[in-house]
Design a protein around this ligand. Sequence first.
Ligand code: AMP
Ligand code: ZN
Length: 500
Amino acid sequence: MARYQDYPLSIYNSYNREKEIFTPLHEGHVGMYVCGPTVYSNVHLGNVRTFLTFDVLYRYLIHLGYKVRYVRNITDVGHLVDDVDEGEDKIAKKARLDNLEPMEVVQMYTNDFHNTLALFNFLSPSIEPTATGHIIEQIQMIEQILNNGFAYEVNGSVYFDVPKYQEAKGNYGQLSGRVLEDLISNTRELDGQDEKRSPLDFAIWKNADERHIMKWPSSWGIGFPGWHLECSAMSTKYLGKEFDIHGGGMDLKFPHHECEIAQSVAADGVAPVHYWMHSNMLTVNGQKMSKSLGNSFSPSELMTGNHHLLKKGYSPMTVRFFMLQSHYSSTLDFSNDALDAAEKGFRRLNNARKSLAKLSYLSGPMDEALNKEIQSSLNSAYLNLSDDLNTAKAIANLFDLATRINSMAGGKLKPGALSEGTFNRLKQEYEQIINDILGLRLEESDESGMMDGLMHLLIDIRQQARKNKDFATSDQIRDTLSALGVQLKDGPEGTSYSIE
Ligand code: AMP
Ligand code: ZN
């Protein structure tokens, strides 16, 4: 029996706004599509959070015994500045500003994306298609939409006819909860809007003028595909007209995902996605982390602590753990205090995990109640993961188990108190949940904990020396650390350090 039968998965389906039992289209197989990054700049920690949700889902589906095809695209054309139909392509703009080929920009930031995800221990998707690699499929889809009467051509551009679609299908706005009339009154007037019959319409093919560097021939003239179209074309190609799960950040619900649904229904007549999942935002002081607000930081800034929002550096696994301690559907606010707490918690978990690895079974008088408790905590961890991927509650179960493991390791509880079956299950599944499902590997530098401890010891000694007016010692500590690339920062809340 596959594990998914023991722990049936339920998913909060954003389309229906309720938690539903997950039943894949084809028993034992799952098709999952996640919108990937637009590769015109470095990824920030907010992006990492969204991709993390789906990395854990992918890992868990595999663990449950499903065969998963996970498609996560790379957007390398068509995403225009401000996410609207006018203005420059984000990648072309970056290429122009930096005097690079667009594909150099794409390669550079695709590499950055991959390196970052590797740092945070992400699994690679099964397929990572690019928009520029699927122009033919996108053109074919536009033809289908035109043939079915849901789009029109003006001056070499093709627009999706939202009012006509709505009249025929009636589901535009269902995913994002938007009402068409409100949308119309909120639309800004933009250049080129006169080409559209309605301000709600969106481009699925844009005519390229002289200035454009990324363009392809089509029967409507030279141009490029609209941003929303690539995901519809690539998900259909690799997962079929209908597939199981589509994910992305909450901010993509509208217009991107709403338009994806409309395009697929207009082309193929069926709703493409059975379960829509949206991960919530990483915020800083309540504001969405984003490049444009200037409140984002890169993974390397996070690790070195070299950023004005950071008190010190944190390891990638500490950050992964920090993010998994909250449910993916809640916003998660970044703060140094929360990360400090996560660092402590993660250390505790790792200590239990290392102690457990060293323990071996010894027979002895069995404690029935304790056996039950351990089995039930392990079951709960799985049940929580199956309950719409509640990593936060599963981690709480792991902490309950850590208390018992520590008692065993400390000799307060004899391993014999557990039956051999329970002991072996605990040993195997504890590591499996942490390592394989949550993707929290043991870091080489578990010394980072020790290093942190030593740094605080030095900071305390320097503080003491200053109090005693022993400036020779305090300066020696600061200067020696500085020569080693460690900077001390004195602030109102005490001294902190950062590593260059
Ligand atoms: P982009 O490259 O801007 O299309 O973003 C890539 C992914 O990161 C999308 O799924 C976004 O929803 C997601 N994202 C962007 N900012 C944040 C944030 N602050 N928190 C969580 N996810 C985000
Ligand atoms: Zn997409």
